[in-house]
Design a protein around this ligand. Structure first.
Ligand SMILES: C[S@@+](CC[C@H](N)C(=O)[O-])C[C@H]1O[C@@H](n2cnc3c(N)ncnc32)[C@H](O)[C@@H]1O
Length: 219
């Protein structure tokens, strides 16, 4: 990528973030999504922006209670265009956390329904690497058809990029959480992202929220 264009794009994203913060009604809607999200509000803003702007569909791995899924759904709605949102979540329960849930998948559906987005999201109940999930995702996503890939799951983003990379459009936007993280996911995630950047598969555009990496995929 031309260094001048790269710097211009990074600055444009920083400016976009400030504009979102000043757009009171939209910012309020995203703060509501943040209330059920493990991601920082600035990362949700970027997801909304990418979902609104991107060409093609959206693939998310790790929806949890739907905070990031709602941000993407609102972005697609605000784009006024039809884009598929495919979101993968195995469900289960989470204890001892302010977002504790006895049934993550049930609460995910409830939150999407509250945001009037349940019908706009293709939910896949499974882990990204399970054969049934792979079949479902590959059936729903066309080759090169994904314009935004969001990964906020475990510590192995490379596994899913290896598996679904052929579905990603060249220069599609990528959001990967836990680049900076005190959890066990932090180290491996950062090492994998850095390797993919060094190999010319990912281009870094910045870091937002609590430790979310954002950038582009080069096919
Ligand atoms: C940090 S949370 C996601 C947070 C969510 N993006 C948000 O906005 O709050 C991680 C989620 O990823 C899910 N997960 C973990 N490994 C996964 C995998 N291999 N495939 C799909 N989901 C996975 C977990 O069940 C959990 O709900």
């Amino acid at each position: 990528m031309n260094p001048d264009n790269h710097t211009a794009e990074c600055l444009e994203l920083m400016q976009t973030l400030i504009e979102y913060r000043q757009a009171k009604a939209l910012y309020h809607r995203l703060r509501k999504a943040a209330a059920v999200s493990m991601l920082g509000i600035d990362a949700l803003i970027m997801i909304h922006y990418f979902a609104r702007q991107c060409e093609g569909d959206i693939l998310e791995i790790g929806s949890f209670l739907g905070g990031s899924t709602i941000a993407a759904g609102l972005g697609v709605r605000d784009s006024g265009r039809k884009k598929k949102i495919i979101s993968v979540e195995p469900g289960g329960r989470l204890k001892d956390h302010h977002l504790a849930s006895k049934d993550i998948f049930k609460d995910l559906k409830k939150n999407l329904a509250r945001a009037d987005l349940l019908d706009s999201v293709t939910l896949i109940n499974g882990r990204s690497f399970e054969p049934a999930t792979i079949e479902a995702v590959r059936g729903a996503a066309t080759p090169g058809g994904i314009g935004l890939f969001i990964f906020d799951a475990d510590d192995n983003v490379r596994r899913d990029l290896d598996c679904y990379g052929d579905r990603l459009a060249n220069r599609s936007w990528i959001v990967i959480d836990d680049y900076f993280s005190e959890s066990d996911k932090g180290g491996p995630t950062r090492a994998q992202v850095d390797e993919l950047v060094a190999a010319g598969k990912l281009v870094t555009l910045g870091f937002y929220g609590w430790g979310t990496w954002i950038g582009r995929w080069l096919a």
